[in-house]
Design a protein around this ligand. Structure first.
Ligand code: FES
Length: 165
C-alpha cells in the first residue's frame, strides 16, 4: 500500500522533464525490473563560492515508486550544495515519501544513484576532484546500466541473467 505522499508525487511529479545544456546528466537502470531514470542538474556558485544545485529535472521510465522517488529526490536536492546532495540516502527519500513498501525500497535507490551519476558527470566534465565513494558508486551504476540496456534490447538475455542472479 502506498502512502498519500507517494500517490501525490506519482500523480503530480515535481521537476519532471529535461534541462537543455545541463551541467550534469545521470542515467541509471535497474536490470531486475528494467526501469531507467535520468536526472539533469544545473549548477551555480553560492555566496560562499560553493557549488549548489540550482535546477534539477528528471525523466523516469518506471514504476509508481520510482517516479515518486525521483520527484522527491529532485525536491530534496534542489538548492543543496553538491556535498550535501551527495549525503542523501534512499532512506531519506523513502521517509520523505511517508515510507515505501520494503519491496519498493530499491526504487528510491535508483533516484539517489541518478543524482550521484549527475554529480559525477558534472565533476568529471569540469575536471573537479571526484570523491572515492562517488567513483565507486559510478563504477557499479555503469555496470548496472549496461546490464539493463542489454536486457531491454534483448529479452533472451534477461531470461538468462535472471536465472544466474
Ligand atoms: S520496480 Fe523498478 S524501480 Fe521500481
Amino acid at each position: 500500500m502506498y502512502s498519500k505522499e507517494v500517490m501525490d508525487h506519482f500523480a503530480n511529479p515535481r521537476n519532471i522533464g529535461i534541462i537543455e545544456n545541463a551541467d550534469g546528466v545521470g542515467k541509471v537502470g535497474n536490470y531486475v525490473c528494467g526501469d531507467i531514470m535520468w536526472i539533469y542538474i544545473k549548477v551555480r556558485k553560492n555566496e560562499n563560492d560553493e557549488d549548489i544545485i540550482d535546477d534539477i529535472r528528471f525523466k523516469t521510465m518506471g514504476c509508481a515508486a520510482a517516479i515518486a522517488s525521483s520527484s522527491m529526490a529532485t525536491e530534496l536536492a534542489k538548492g543543496k550544495t553538491i556535498s550535501d546532495a551527495l549525503k542523501m540516502t534512499k532512506q531519506n527519500i523513502a521517509d520523505s515519501l511517508g515510507g515505501l513498501p520494503a519491496v519498493k525500497l530499491h526504487c528510491s535507490l535508483l533516484a539517489t544513484d541518478a543524482l550521484v551519476e549527475a554529480i559525477y558527470d558534472y565533476l568529471s566534465k569540469n575536471s573537479l576532484p571526484v570523491p572515492d565513494d562517488v567513483l565507486r558508486k559510478h563504477e557499479r551504476i555503469k555496470i548496472d546500466l549496461e546490464k539493463t540496456e542489454k536486457m531491454c534490447l534483448n529479452p533472451k538475455a534477461q531470461e538468462n541473467s535472471l536465472k544466474k542472479d
